[in-house]
Design a protein around this ligand. Structure first.
Ligand code: ADP
Ligand code: NA
Length: 329
């Protein structure tokens, strides 16, 4: 059975972008693949995290994943820092990856901002850790949003160079799995930036925990243009904000953007936005209710995550140990 790995940072409340681009696609994989999902707290500290907040957000993210449909009985769900193979293999990969490869990563450029000299070195080598996350399980399929494509190509370069340099055929090739009409959900304030939980503006995103009033306010304020919605997809080409909202409604109601335009084409954004609010509320309310229930019993949640870490460790540790042996440790 193909082994699947994916992770999500506990750097804030999960957003609609995380949900539509990643988490939602993980749920059915539990029944078709050997699935490993991870809350990547090591990745989160590549930018400053308040320690108390990090601990709270890590548990909150785990609860969100379970509330979205990940079942700790049908998948391996755990916290990255609980399994040490990730950092052990990441060090080896720091020594395999080339500066030039990392210099090309657009996420580093985005996140480091203008003052590159002041960026943490962890932010720079983040893709090496991500490669280790996947390869220490010999996972071959990685369901992610479109923003992660470049990092997965780098992971394959690392695996290939490791195999070549040490004359082994040890690490497999990884296939990204980038799905659906909402593989890249954009910010509600700027249709050219991706929606992110680490964006400073809360108005730029829908959080999975937002209630009816908050969702309504954010969608009503979402940036649009003065034109009515077009009848055909071609009419969305130069209109990133409209395209984004149409894509979100299509994804959340399980239809194609073409069908959304068939219904709303020619109308203004007013009635469209009301439809979108209702669809979002109907979909997200059960998730946030379940999150609250899970977070009310932190002991039970932590116990599930411990079991998940034990299962992950049993797969990752022997693979990592073998890599260390190949290196000569
Ligand atoms: P964020 O950028 O919100 O902090 P992460 O880096 O933790 O998100 O990514 C978790 C998963 O969510 C990844 O698979 C990523 O590709 C996906 N993802 C993040 N933002 C978006 C988005 N705006 N649209 C679609 N998928 C996204
Ligand atoms: Na990201």
């Amino acid at each position: 059975m193909t082994r699947v790995f994916s992770g999500i940072q506990p750097s804030g409340v999960p957003t609609l972008g995380n949900y539509l681009g990643a988490i939602r696609n993980w749920v059915p994989m539990q029944d078709t693949h050997e699935s490993i999902f991870c809350v990547v707290d090591l990745h989160a500290i590549t930018v400053w995290q308040d320690p108390k907040e990090l601990a709270r957000q890590t548990r909150e993210m785990a609860a969100a994943l379970i509330a979205c449909g990940l079942d700790p009985k049908r998948c391996t769900l755990f916290i990255q820092s609980h399994v040490h193979a990730h950092t052990r293999l990441a060090w080896i990969f720091n020594c395999v990856a080339r500066m030039g490869w990392l210099n090309r990563m657009t996420q580093f450029k985005d996140k480091a901002g203008k003052d590159r000299e002041a960026a943490g070195t962890g932010l720079y080598v983040y893709p090496n850790l991500m490669a280790a996350d996947i390869l220490t399980y010999h996972a071959t399929l990685v369901p992610v949003g479109d923003d992660q494509r470049q990092h997965l190509e780098l992971a394959n370069d690392i695996a290939e160079k490791f195999n070549h340099d040490y004359g082994v055929d040890f690490f497999p090739r990884i296939e990204p799995m980038i799905q659906g009409v909402a593989a890249r959900v954009m910010s509600l304030r700027d249709g050219t930036k991706k929606m992110s939980k680490s964006d400073p503006s809360d108005q730029s995103r829908i959080n999975l925990t937002d209630n009816h009033d908050t969702i309504a306010l954010k969608i009503r304020r979402a940036k649009t243009d003065p034109e009515p919605l077009p009848d055909h997809m071609s009419g969305l080409e130069a209109r990133p904000e409209a395209r984004n909202l149409v894509g979100i409604l299509a994804a959340i109601t399980g239809t194609m953007p073409e069908n959304v335009l068939r219904e709303h084409g020619g109308k203004g954004f007013g009635s469209f936005k009301e439809t979108l609010v209702e669809a979002l509320v109907a979909h997200l309310t059960p998730i946030s209710t379940e999150m609250t229930r899970l977070l009310d019993d932190p002991g039970a949640l932590d116990a599930q995550l411990r079991l998940g870490a034990d299962r992950a460790e049993a797969i990752a540790s022997p693979i990592c140990a073998k890599a260390e042996e190949i290196v000569g440790f």
